[in-house]
Design a binder for this molecule. Sequence first.
Ligand SMILES: [Zn+2]
Length: 409
Amino acid sequence: MKQRLIQYFTQNRERIAADIVRLMSAFVAERTINVISERLADYPFLKCRGEEYRVAELVKQEFRRFGIRFTEYARRPERPNVVGTVGRDEAGTRLLLAAHMDIVPAGDGWTTDPYHVTIRDGIAYGRGVLDNKGPLAAIIVAGGILTELFGDRPMAGQLLIAALADEEVTDPDGIDYGIEYLLTERLIRPSHAIIPDIGGDMRQIDVAEKGQAVIRITAQGRQAHGSTPEQGINAIYRMASLVRELERLVLDYTPHAVLGIPTLNLGEIHGGAAPNIVPGECTIHLDIRTVPGLTRQSLEHQLQKCLVQVDGSFRMETISWSEPHQLDPDNEVVRAIQNNSLNLLGFRPEPFGMGGGTFAKTLNLAGIAAVGWGPGSENAFHVTDEWMEIRQLVDFALLICLISWDLLT
Ligand SMILES: [Zn+2]
């Protein structure tokens, strides 16, 4: 059967590539930009964040065309998730392939129209071709081919092909419309998952991800007229002292075999209202990526110690917190990816750990064996002229078919 799949791809490669490109281009044309609500005014064509329904409509149309059953799950109608199923046996392995429909803004400096896929020398350019609309097109086409060739018959398990909402950012209210919503409401129950959202040109398998803490620290000063600074307390000066302390801070941790060391980034600073006012408040946001062993309590304690070294009053809040995770690389999903890649492409993707967080983290923390693995370069995420090799998308679609075959029959 696997030979039949390989043969099918060899004979129909052009048409399969055209199918993936057609679908990816239609997805890219929909500007499903996901920003925090505060920034929504910069995108007047959006009524709400993400508006993933624009892509979801196309996904449903494609599922119908391929004869794939699907269900739509939405916390609000403009931000749906669409999950297609291939195979019927819900008692066996349930392999989830999930890609997200939202994108980050295009930003400046593009040499092509970011919302129109341009192809040059076998490479597609456009916002989302990698992150994550190209891989989304590939998994849908793979599901279509499995359905076409085998129908529902031979599957002992079930393949779930998911187009999800709300991956790129979370609003300060913390409400999730994508994977967390599906898992906490028990709308899907996968046993295994592959998340094609890491780059690595299919050569790496993400089996571990650092935890992430976002921390806000506010320095309190006292506002006064700018002509009499001696009557106020300048919160920006106060924060500047703390920033110097943070720059020197060495976190106390034990390095992790796969994830290495924790990192700390000071990514935002805000303070002051006008040149003629002594600023009464100054705020910073830290993004700290943690490794196992560095607990929330220990991290907050270490930061507090930093705060008391600086004169003045500060307020610290942990805005979000996620734990690190690690999946044992001796696992059937990892093996299926490795064996099939070696046979087809001649290389064996290797397990590794990363600092970025994908859906794989949410799934692992919910007890599902999920890995990140997929086509495209890790250097093409969120950049101008985002790119994706079309050849990789077709190889990936075939590998998804072969891996599904191994895991579900
Ligand atoms: Zn992504």
